[in-house]
Design a protein around this ligand. Structure first.
Ligand SMILES: [Zn+2]
Length: 363
């Protein structure tokens, strides 16, 4: 079967002919991959920039792919909740032995002793077939969202961030005087898939959302923003758009740019909340004494969040079904390109103009 991955110590993805899984263990499920999404992490792995990427123990080749959607081909004798023919989303992070991992919250792992499919220490889903355990599979109930379910994995990160946002936001009242969130301004930095999904989740609760990016991806971001009923602005360089410098109650960073985050912090309103999700490998921005005083005096909360638990995957599927109706065409607009496995290396290496989310169609 075809499998896409990277050899340890080398740069650049390879499409190899890998052995197909044979025996299905009692607790295992045999899956046929339908789609895998391509994201910045995959590109970071193939370019050698993500230093923590590694093959699973005993192998020198990492099969990539962590945004998966698959169809159940066969289930083991002891599998109870999943049936042949069902569509599932496989989870990325697999637990280690710390307390958080033992209670199914490996997204909050205490010691970093976990593995992640397609990223570090475990083969991923960019292959035609794979075996997995029942407990790491999330069932896509019904089939009405089709290939949009491939967005479950990126969205579960956003759902967890929103969960964290709501938990820590209890420190002060976030609602407006009519009980809604209409008066609360949210600024989202970065119009990639994660930025758009953050805009969607806040907008679906009624927040006043503004999204910005350095370019509009051939008009795509403008169009998606109109479908969502949010504002879209273009920023220059590593700054914020001139008319979007301050007064926001929530600032969501998906760029990882220290200067965007620094300026975002400076522009937060009193009781402002900052969500950090984007990562980058360079740059700096000064944290001055005056800025620290301002963060304290304004009761600012900064939260970094990563990954998500199984419940966040399940919630993500509920959001996708509801957003399909709430924001007609917006989710469909995000999946801009579909590549065949034989074109997957080119798809990984080159981002085409206007691309938001590219997927590989395996079957
Ligand atoms: Zn752990």
């Amino acid at each position: 079967m075809k499998a896409l991955g990277i050899r340890a110590g080398e740069i650049g993805a390879q499409l190899i002919d890998a052995a197909s899984p044979s025996d299905v263990g009692d607790n295992q499920v045999l899956l046929k991959t339908l789609y895998t999404g391509i994201c910045g992490t995959d590109r970071g792995i193939t370019s050698g920039q993500l230093k923590f990427a590694r093959p699973q123990a005993g192998s020198d080749f990492l099969i990539m792919g962590h945004e998966g959607l698959a169809k159940v081909q066969k289930v083991g004798r002891m599998v109870k909740t999943i049936e042949e023919g069902e569509i599932v989303v496989p989870m990325v992070r697999r637990p280690g032995n710390c307390l958080q991992c033992r209670i199914g919250r490996q997204d909050n792992c205490d010691d970093g002793d976990f593995v992640e499919a397609g990223i570090r220490g475990k083969d991923g889903f960019m292959r035609e077939y794979f075996l997995d355990e029942e407990r790491f599979l999330v069932r896509v109930n019904g089939n009405s969202i089709g290939r949009l379910a491939v967005l479950t994995e990126p969205l579960k990160n956003v759902v967890k961030s929103f969960d964290v946002y709501r938990t820590v936001s209890r420190r002060s009242i976030a609602q407006c005087d009519d009980g809604s969130f209409d008066c609360r301004r949210v600024t989202v930095a970065g119009g990639g898939p994660i930025g758009i999904l953050f805009a969607m989740i806040f907008k679906s609760y009624g927040f006043d959302v503004q999204l910005f990016d350095r370019n509009d991806h051939l008009g795509k971001l403008d169009r998606i923003s109109k479908r969502l009923g949010i504002g879209f602005k273009i920023s220059e360089g590593t700054g914020l758009p001139p008319d979007l410098m301050e007064g926001f109650d929530v600032f969501v960073d998906t760029t990882g740019s220290p200067s965007v985050i620094g300026k975002g912090l400076e522009g937060l309103a009193h009781n402002g909340r900052m969500i950090l999700f984007g990562t980058s490998t360079g740059g700096s921005y000064p944290l001055t004494g005056d800025a620290i005083i301002s963060l304290i005096e304004k009761n600012v909360t900064i939260m970094g969040t990563v990954d998500g638990s199984k419940s966040h995957y399940i919630e993500a599927l509920t959001y996708l079904s509801s957003w399909k109706e709430m924001f007609p065409g917006a989710l469909e607009d995000m999946i801009t390109q579909e590549a065949a496995p034989q074109d997957s290396i080119a798809a990984l290496n080159t981002k085409v103009p206007g691309e938001i989310k590219r997927v590989i169609k395996w079957s």
